[in-house]
Design a protein around this ligand. Structure first.
Ligand SMILES: [Zn+2]
Ligand SMILES: [Zn+2]
Length: 405
């Protein structure tokens, strides 16, 4: 395939020299009309269905299936796999994401990624395609109503242009989207006895719901929530939002550690995208799941706590400030030592595991060494967590940080 030709075609369709012109000339009519007319069509079809046919429970099941299949194809596929390379996936996994991702009607993978990667690189600036500094509405939907100078495809999505699945998904995107997103639910509905039920509920209504819920990640997740790991960007962690966005509500973590396959890192954080990726790994459809080392994550959290504490400390006495500084230095030292031990043991453990043949062929001595290192590693991990807990307790007692971690 001629990649230059492909990327030039993609670019010329999106690029417009009248970028600075009047609102009419700047309007990107295709997406503007599509995003404006699909919600009323969805409502009209749903009303038509409920008025002309008795309610059937299978429509709910079909809605739920398409809701998760298309939404998770955006979050686990378009986002964490294709845009961030947070893990590797096999042919069928990528094919599934390409097919059901298209049914979400959010563009081809390549175009989606070319908007998303600059969002991370230039977050909150003018070069961020959905910069939150331009307002909640703009970052939610208006940015798609306007023509934009698209970033270079060869630069932003060079790796993806090589994948035949993504190449053909982009080339036949509209056909795939219409078939997977509208025709398929209508056909399944027809098999169950109502093509209208399938099309209205699992086709249009589901599409509009998934649209606006996933758009919340660009809008609300940059406006409300907690800056747990960094305040160098507007992204926020928001557990409530995670329920509506397939786990993508932990957006502060994501902007800070974008290559991690998780967004909600605690086991109880609602992140179905993370669970799906783990299931795929179990069944052989995904491998090399990337995770940011725990010490790096805790260090970022401590830094943010410190910032918050410092702000509150300005109103305290000089004595209290001096005491805090002393305790802070002590805990920092403890953390640095624990971190150093953690890293050395991890390195040693990883090296030994790399050299080691399979468990059955390993010598007795080697097995014992590995077990010993594993125990030491566990201990070093606990140590890091303990220092952090100590630090949190100290700040909490002085009412310098909020109670929740
Ligand atoms: Zn963001
Ligand atoms: Zn991202």
């Amino acid at each position: 395939m001629d990649q230059n030709k492909v990327s030039k075609n993609i670019e010329s369709r999106r690029y417009h020299k009248h970028y600075e012109g009047s609102i009419w000339r700047r309007t990107d009519w295709g997406p503007a009309i599509f995003l404006s007319v699909t919600p009323p069509i969805a409502i009209a079809l749903t009303v038509w269905y409920f008025m002309t046919e008795p309610f059937q429970w299978w429509t709910v099941g079909l809605f739920v299936f398409f809701y998760y299949a298309t939404g998770l194809s955006i979050t686990a596929g378009y986002h964490r796999l294709f845009a961030h390379k947070a893990y590797e996936a096999g042919f069928f996994t990528r094919l599934f994401f390409a097919l059901f991702g298209a049914a979400a009607f959010q563009n081809s993978v390549i175009k989606w990624v070319v908007d998303h990667r600059p969002h991370h690189r230039y977050v909150d600036s003018d070069r961020d395609p959905y910069s939150s500094t331009k307002g909640l509405g703009y970052s939610h939907i208006w940015w798609m109503y306007l023509k934009a100078k698209r970033p270079k495809y060869e630069y932003w999505a060079k790796d993806l242009l090589k994948d035949p699945i993504l190449y053909y998904q982009d080339k036949y995107y509209a056909w795939i989207a219409v078939f997977m997103g509208w025709v398929l639910p209508a056909l399944i509905g027809w098999a169950f006895g109502s093509w209208l039920g399938g099309l209205a509920i699992a086709g249009f209504l589901r599409m509009v719901v998934v649209h606006h819920l996933t758009f919340l990640i660009n809008s609300a997740a940059h406006f409300t929530g907690r800056q747990t790991y960094s305040d160098s960007h507007t992204a926020k962690d928001n557990a409530v939002l995670a329920y509506f966005t397939y786990g993508e509500g932990y957006h502060n973590f994501h902007h800070e550690f974008a290559n991690d396959y998780r967004n909600g890192i605690r086991w109880y954080d609602y992140d179905p995208t993370k669970w799906l990726i783990r299931c795929l790994q179990f069944f052989g459809g995904a491998k090399n799941l990337k995770m940011i080392p725990e010490d790096v994550i805790i260090a970022a959290k401590m830094k943010m706590d410190e910032k918050r504490a410092q702000k509150k400390l300005t109103s305290r006495t000089a004595k209290a400030q001096a005491e805090f500084k002393e305790q802070l230095n002590y805990l920092r030292q403890q953390f640095a030592q624990a971190q150093e031990r953690f890293r050395l043991i991890k390195e040693e453990y990883d090296n030994l595991k790399l050299q080691a043949p399979s468990m059955g062929q390993m010598s007795q001595q080697m097995q014992e060494n590995l077990q010993a290192l594993k125990a030491e590693f566990k201990y070093a991990r606990q140590e890091i967590k303990m220092v952090y807990k100590q630090w949190r307790r100290y700040c909490r007692n002085l009412q310098l940080v909020e109670a929740s971690i």
